[in-house]
Design a protein around this ligand. Structure first.
Ligand SMILES: Cc1cc2nc3c(=O)[nH]c(=O)nc-3n(C[C@H](O)[C@H](O)[C@H](O)COP(=O)(O)OP(=O)(O)OC[C@H]3O[C@@H](n4cnc5c(N)ncnc54)[C@H](O)[C@@H]3O)c2cc1C
Length: 667
């Protein structure tokens, strides 16, 4: 743009005018260049499935490599490059499993650091796509791709062609054969036992499905994929294939038959094979875990619990809540300021929306009431623990203190578990918020379609033990959470972002080889959620939304494996009367709980009626808001008391009369 303007003035206007404009343009051009690195950093980040190359790393990666490479040399100030970056990221995600054969890279030629390498590789236009063959020499500058278009499917198919252009000598070290097999090769396998599955993709000669499925399954153990051509009539007859593409499956036990993958498309074939029993991704995590399992004490889970992956297990949700309340939050000595607010919002959301067993729901409700009624800017976390572990227990309110992973159990105790349950918990909560629009009425979170997600965001950034995860989640939230307008969009947003995380983590150390990170729901769970347009997999989002609402709805939560509440423990000795604080001694606050409930099943306990006559806490909390009128249930979202003090006021003196175990020792 700037350069074009200079040419115009050089040709037509006076030299003086051209000089002035030249200076202006030159200055802005250099200012632009100086700002380029930060823009570059934004076009592709480490979270994208591409390898970001630089002067220091380009040659060492693409020369003498065991894999081929496709590198986009771009410039962060080039509009085309910016517009094209989503396609490039999508392509890289789509072929992530091909990494042992061909890898995708980017190099930003606008970055000062990369000026020389772009010159050396003679990059004149942006974007320039270069293929580098595997095992290339130290002088290889790659072959420029000049295809008919840069659509994802076109480039992906050209990657397959490029791989096939390798000779036997320079074939990428781990890439399986992509050529079709003959009928004899396949027929001799029929009826024989084997250590793994063999999938045979039958297709026309110009189809890419077979080769793409072969590459998709590269990192997986327990299955091999071969392709044969439909022109092989003998084989077509023997396998009983009439329509192509088709997939035929040879089982390890020698049986065989046509594969029922719902749709005869690449994505469906690949997903079906990845989910076969005994098929798992081979990754460094698996090798390391098995190597370390004895020395680290990472034993496999002691007792495997059978479960259905089409169900959500209450045991996972309760175990997650237990860990969150008793372990994760307990690392914070005192809750105050933003932490206290994050805690109260979390307590509000779970108390109002968690579709749990009565004893757990009541525990959450009581925790919320207690938290919002405390006239304090600080809560020592021990008080929460005391409440959850001791005081509520006396009242028959019970949250198991044993971890019992079911749908979240891992092949080793170090894998899955808590983070899995946290995702599930928040999926359940977003679905509940969408199904029960009034559930958060009369709280500060009322009418906010982002309520659950913003609460999750605050929880994750404030308390979640994995800080790096929190950072990533915050980046995703900053990008698009603010645009959510409905609770349905919130359900879909969380699903999309969870899949984004799954994609980033596929093949990483945190992946359990028995539970590979896939784009979820897989076709076996929801075939109609998936479609393919122009060879590219797309989601049918309205169907996904329906599926999520069903899957994470209360009717699909199985109580199997939940631990039964123990009978209420006898009340402990009443606490000693509070000591008045001395000048030098900070009082140790005690945190009373409402009188034990006579019946855990009864939703509106009698002690509430006495509260109905009085204010019972501070209204300082943003997390809970009351309307006059009152009601008998926290869940109903209405206040029990009529006489609420002004927002922020302390009304403890009145409230203390309602707490059967006396007033707190601080005032
Ligand atoms: C907010 C958050 C951020 C995280 N960030 C990171 C990170 O940056 N780096 C890291 O190493 N780990 C991160 N983790 C942990 C990681 O995402 C996994 O939770 C962990 O590796 C356990 O994986 P999993 O196999 O049990 O499946 P999970 O990803 O935990 O999924 C649990 C279950 O949810 C269902 N599910 C899967 N995908 C979806 C979806 N898209 N929508 C709805 N349901 C789905 C499946 O039934 C699955 O079994 C994060 C966890 C959370 C809660």
């Amino acid at each position: 743009m700037g350069l074009m303007a200079v040419v115009y003035f050089e040709g037509r206007a006076s030299h003086q005018m051209a000089a002035v404009v030249w200076v202006q343009i030159t200055v802005s051009f250099f200012v632009f260049l100086l700002s380029a690195p930060s823009q570059a950093a934004r076009l592709y980040t480490e979270d994208d499935p591409v390898t970001i190359l630089t002067t220091d790393t380009l040659k060492q990666n693409v020369h003498n490599s065991s894999t081929a490479w496709l590198v986009q040399f771009y410039s962060s100030w080039c509009g085309h490059c910016i517009q094209y970056s989503p396609t490039w990221k999508a392509l890289a995600g789509d072929v992530k499993d091909w990494e042992q054969a061909i890898r995708i890279g980017v190099l930003d030629c606008a970055h000062e650091k990369n000026f020389d390498i772009c010159k050396e590789f003679e990059i004149h236009f942006y974007p320039t796509f270069r293929y580098f063959k595997a095992h290339g020499s130290n002088t290889d500058v790659g072959k420029t791709y000049r295809g008919p278009d840069r659509e994802l499917q076109t480039v992906r198919q050209l990657m397959v062609n490029f791989l096939q252009n390798h000779t036997k000598q320079d074939w990428p070290s781990h890439c399986p054969p992509l050529e079709p097999y003959s009928s004899e090769d396949i027929l001799t396998l029929l009826g024989h036992k084997s250590e793994q599955y063999t999938a045979v993709i039958v297709e026309d000669a110009d189809s890419y499905v077979g080769r793409e499925v072969i590459l998709d399954l590269m990192p997986y153990q327990g299955v091999g994929v071969r392709r044969v051509l439909s022109s092989d009539k003998l084989l077509m007859d023997r396998l009983g294939v009439t329509d192509v593409p088709a997939a035929y499956l040879l089982h390890p036990n020698g049986t065989h038959g046509l594969m029922d993958a719902q749709k005869r498309l690449r994505f469906f074939f690949s997903s079906f094979l990845k989910l076969l029993p005994g098929v798992h991704r081979q990754n460094s995590a698996f090798l390391q875990n098995s190597a370390h399992s004895s020395s680290n004490g990472h034993k496999p889970t002691e007792e495997w619990k059978e479960f259905e992956k089409s169900k959500v297990y209450m045991a996972d949700l309760e175990s997650g809540l237990h860990y969150l309340l008793r372990v994760e939050l307990a690392t914070h000595h005192t809750l105050e300021g933003e932490e206290l607010k994050a805690f109260k919002d979390f307590a509000t959301v779970v108390a109002k929306l968690f579709p749990g067993r009565p004893s757990v729901v009541k525990l959450l409700e009581t925790l919320l009431e207690w938290a919002v009624s405390l006239p304090l800017d600080k809560i020592p976390y021990d008080a929460v623990l005391d409440l959850v572990n001791n005081k509520m227990r006396i009242s028959g309110l019970f949250l198991s203190d044993r971890v019992q992973w079911v749908g979240c159990q891992g092949s080793s105790v170090a894998l899955r578990g808590y983070p899995c349950s946290l995702w599930m918990l928040f999926h359940v909560l977003t679905v509940q918020a969408a199904k029960r629009p009034d559930a958060l009425a009369n709280t500060a979170l009322e009418d906010d379609p982002q309520a659950v997600l913003q609460t999750m965001r605050r929880y994750i950034t404030t308390f979640f033990g994995c800080q790096e995860c929190g950072r990533h989640f915050e980046e995703m939230a900053q990008e698009s959470m603010g645009a959510i307008k409905t609770t349905d969009e919130a359900v879909l947003w969380l699903w999309r972002k969870h899949n984004q995380v799954n994609r980033r983590l596929a093949g990483s150390m945190s992946e359990d080889p028995l539970f590979p990170k896939t784009q979820w729901p897989t076709p076996d769970l929801c075939p109609t959620c998936h479609e393919e347009r122009s060879g590219i997999h797309v989601w049918n989002e309205p169907t996904v939304l329906d599926f999520l609402k069903r899957h994470y709805g209360s009717a699909n939560i199985s109580p199997k494996y939940t631990l039964q509440p123990a009978p209420p423990a006898p009340p402990k000795d009443p606490p000693p009367p509070p000591m008045p604080p001395t000048q030098t001694q900070t009082p140790t606050p005690t945190f009373p709980l409402p009188r034990p409930l006579p019946s855990p099943a009864q939703h509106s306990p009698p002690w509430m009626s006495s509260l109905g006559q009085r204010a019972w806490g501070t209204t300082a909390s943003l997390s809970s808001r009351c309307s006059p009128g009152g009601s008998s249930s926290v869940r109903s979202g209405r206040c029990r008391g009529r006489a609420w003090g002004p927002r922020g006021s302390r009304v403890w003196g009145l409230a203390s009369a309602s707490w059967p175990w006396g007033s707190p020792a601080w005032t």
